[in-house]
Ligand binder design. Structure first.
Ligand code: CP
Ligand code: NVA
Length: 301
């Protein structure tokens, strides 16, 4: 059987994604009950990070330990990857030693090339275009709080970035409606929007966009690698901050999510982070459980 990768949410079928979430809930309960569950005993995960991380690194590393395996942190600063060894050579070598590889990098084409040459599953831990692992956690979190997201309405407010593109894929795979309010010039991937036009609505005004919404989501205005654009973006995104007052326009039982790290006073107000509708800490924790389920799905078929 050919090796399965997880580069975007489209790499698993809708049924497989639901199975991953079912398993994530079971694994969360096992951990809550302090039950030892070593389904990935002796398996080794390689973690290549070309950008910073707190949640992704710790959730993958802790997850592998909890499942009886281990993880190796690889930074370009101290591997030959950082000195120009070709991706395809690195992929061929590392995949002869590891059971699974996780990569956080810049261009999406880098991870695609690595996957093309890898004999073992490759997981996208964030590229400039997509962040599918975060969506597993977000979907698990919605389900735990409100049940199935199918047929619901989600609103994305802010940059049409890697998270926003991933929400478009999620709308397709989990079957929900997605409103997107992004400032002019910051719309998500045009092709992706076109492919999903029957469920994705671009609405310029954030207040109109959150109307009737069951879940409201945002992310930083300047992603990793866009630090130089920070000042320009602060002024371009004026009026796109999520506050409790903006949330009041959504459904009364609407939830708020943010993949974190959050910049209070920019894309989200400090009060919104403490609002009872915010489920950001559950969302962050679920990175651990959802990725353990993903690792099992990719390694144990
Ligand atoms: N949300 C997320 O991916 O966080 P880190 O950048 O800390 O991994
Ligand atoms: N869009 C953000 C997500 C961080 C988890 C970034 O790419 O920096």
């Amino acid at each position: 059987m050919s090796v399965r990768h997880f580069l975007t949410l489209l790499d698993l079928s809708p049924d497989e994604l639901v199975a991953v979430l079912d398993r994530a809930v079971e694994l969360k309960q096992l951990q809550r009950d302090n039950k030892v569950h070593e389904s990935l005993k002796n398996k080794v995960l390689g973690m290549i990070f070309e950008k910073s991380s707190t949640r992704t690194r710790v959730s993958f590393e802790a997850g592998m330990s909890q499942l009886g395996g281990s993880a190796i942190f690889l930074s370009p600063r101290d591997t030959q990857l950082g000195r120009g060894e070709p991706i395809e050579d690195s992929a061929r070598v590392l995949s002869r030693m590891l059971d699974v590889v996780m990569i956080r990098t810049f261009e999406h084409s880098i991870i695609q090339k690595f996957a093309d040459y890898s004999k073992v599953p490759v997981i996208n831990a964030l590229t400039d275009d997509f962040h599918p692992c975060q969506l597993l956690a977000d979907m698990q979190t919605y389900r735990e709080h409100r049940g199935s997201i199918q047929g619901r309405t989600v609103t994305w407010i802010g940059d049409g970035n890697n998270m926003c593109n991933s929400y478009i894929n999620a709308a397709r795979q989990f079957d929900f409606e997605l409103n997107i309010a992004a400032p002019k010039g910051y719309a998500p991937n045009e092709e992706l929007v076109k492919q999903n036009k029957q469920r994705v609505n671009l609405i310029a005004d954030p207040t109109l966009a959150v109307k009737g919404s069951d879940l409201v989501v945002t992310d930083v205005w300047a992603s990793m690698g866009q630090e130089d654009e920070s000042n320009q973006r602060m002024s371009d995104f004026d009026g796109f901050q999520i506050t409790p007052e903006l949330m009041d326009n959504a459904q009364s039982d609407s939830l708020f999510m943010h993949c974190l790290p959050a910049h209070r006073g920019e894309e989200v107000s400090a009060s919104m982070m403490e609002d009872p509708r915010a489920v950001v800490w559950d969302e962050a924790e679920n990175r651990l459980h959802a990725q353990k389920a993903l690792l099992e799905a990719l390694l144990l078929n």
